[in-house]
Design a protein around this ligand. Sequence first.
Ligand code: ZN
Ligand code: ZN
Ligand code: FE
Length: 762
Amino acid sequence: MNVRSQGTVEGTVQGVGFRPFIHRLALRYNLAGYVANTPHGVELQVEGPSEAVERFFASILAEHPPLARIHSLERKDGLPLGHESVFEIKDSLGGRKRSTLIPPDVSVCKDCLDELFDPSDRRHRYPFINCINCGPRYTIIRDIPYDRAMTTMAGFTMCPACRSEYEDPADRRFHAQPNACPRCGPALSLYDTAGQEVPVEDPLAAAIELIKAGLTVAVKGLGGFHLAVDATQDRAVLRLRRKKNREEKPLAVMVPDLRTAVGLASISGAESELLASAQRPIVLVTKRPDHGLSEAVAPGNPLLGLMLPYTPLHHLLLAEGGFRALVMTSGNISEEPIAAGNQEAFRRLAGIADAFLAHNRGIHVRTDDSVTRVVEGRPRQIRRSRGYVPAPLPLPGGSDALPSVLALGAHLKNTVCLTRGNQAFMSQHVGDLENMETLESFKHTIEHLQGILEIKPAFLARDLHPDYLSSRFALERPGIPAIPVQHHHAHIASVLAENGIPSPVIGLSLDGAGLGDDGTIWGGEVLVADLVSYRRAAHLEHAYLPGGDAAAREPWRMALSCLYRAYGTGLYDTPIPLIRHLDRSKAEIMVKMMEKSLNSPLTSSCGRLFDAAAALAGLRRRNTYEGQAAMELEMARTPGTREKYPWEITASKDLLILKTVPLIRALVEDVIRGEPTGVVSSRFHNTLIDLLAAACGEIGRKTGIRDVAMSGGVFQNATLSAGLGRVLGRLGFRVLTNSMVPANDGGIALGQAASAALRAAG
Ligand code: ZN
Ligand code: ZN
Ligand code: FE
């Protein structure tokens, strides 16, 4: 006997081959009915023998297309029979509310790659090959609904062959909006430094020759331009560094395949899975000593940022050039946003690139490569961007009653976050809001995200710091109430949101800087917090920040500050290399500034404590990029060293002060004794782990809380994060960390959004 059932599917189910998939299933089980897009997702009805209907529904969940994300499948049985004889794909069913999701960009799939390298295929060597399972999405979508006309492919009219694929439900390119071929689609061109097209037969082959000759070619990718040089050529890499004004910060490297990656670095199962995933992030992995790349790729750094090719053009470039590894670094000057438009790239990269391998498929929103690292077997996002955005993250509570919030993020590593009900949409990486280009990009990102998601936020969430450009943006919109969220609370809230934890936790929030609610600069905080509120339960002992922001760039200033705290003006007599090499008059000015509290705010920053330790240990007096000294301190450590330095915890009322002066004195004595830097570094790490664990233990005893959430940029330090996690585990705590959003300020917007949404909801 026949039955009829209806299924309503919500999630990422449009533009991902979902309807053809349903169509194929219906044919397989010999069912009649229909499938259609709705404003909420997809609706289907099937009619046939009940056993076949059961198997049909089971197959939806088991076999759905790789890019589809099913958030819910609601089923209604016992519908009146329709007695139709076929299964039909309907266009769209009307309705007003929109909750369909725009898919992220996806690396080129295996089927398309096979065609790309098949000389008999009509898309042989075509750099823009794609299908419903792969290709550009988020970066080319101007507006919704997600149709070709609303993408940067609007100007290309499909040829008859492409059109028939596009219209055939059985075809892999059915409704693949960016579908194209060499006859009808975008094409590559080579441009010189003046932005003039170079008349060459094969732009790709010409670009390959330039790279082989040691030159820099700007290559247009999915979310922006890369600057490409041969990673095995020392001079080429050094030249790129000089022109890009990038002294020592590691450069990302693209390799043709996993096998090559394994030859360059030691790669775990979890790391190779990430490298080969459809998102294709940059993965930080440990170099092999015999990697054979230029040392200038990641000087003095045991890690290497690797990625596999993700566009057809990347595959062609690596395969036809026979390159073992290409530096593929963002097309920008130091901290500016990545160049995305052709004209923009010609203008901004003219002084860096020797040629441009570009094309006429527009990039609507610039989106950098994502960066991840596996710590303790778990992937951790360092930069969540291309491939992940705009896939939503669930907010805890599961309540659709939450108001929509636009969270504006922090000042550095800015991202924004929009919420709708219990879904949080994090933006791509915007960058440091310190120049006009980035500010423009910030505004465009907000507009675009609001447009494609059709969200009008009822509230804004901003950092407590009123002078951040992101905060000012909020304050200039008097129509929408802006809810301030303290920086370190937002870090902890991001962990709570990610892990769906509604109850209070002990929050270890360790980073470089954020404004505290007492007007001082925080950064070494132990909070007792839930999503809505927090209390500062402990913090690292204060130190002066001589010269304010300059102290973050020049670790020697923090070293001086810690010495001053430990020895007063006796600091000049400490016989350590740092003092011997110090410009005495400059040091005296610094000390005067601290004595008189001139441009020397107080901070409890943990990041700055790392800087001080690194400079005292003799590693580095000046950073060429953010967090460099702290990173080098971690890299220097001698594993297996068990000793630690003394510390002390004092209490004033409900607040614990984590005293680090004893630590600094002991560290300095080690340096005077000539202990190896590695040993000093290990003892420093051990001490911090011990001290923070003791603070958690004390607070746990007082409050009865057994959960510890760890967040903030300092937790990118794997030694601290893993070591502290183990010790806290032994003390009986459950340890919660970030994984899907960065622990650094790139994850702040999620915490702001979650906290503000709950607070606004009362
Ligand atoms: Zn494909
Ligand atoms: Zn075509
Ligand atoms: Fe932070």
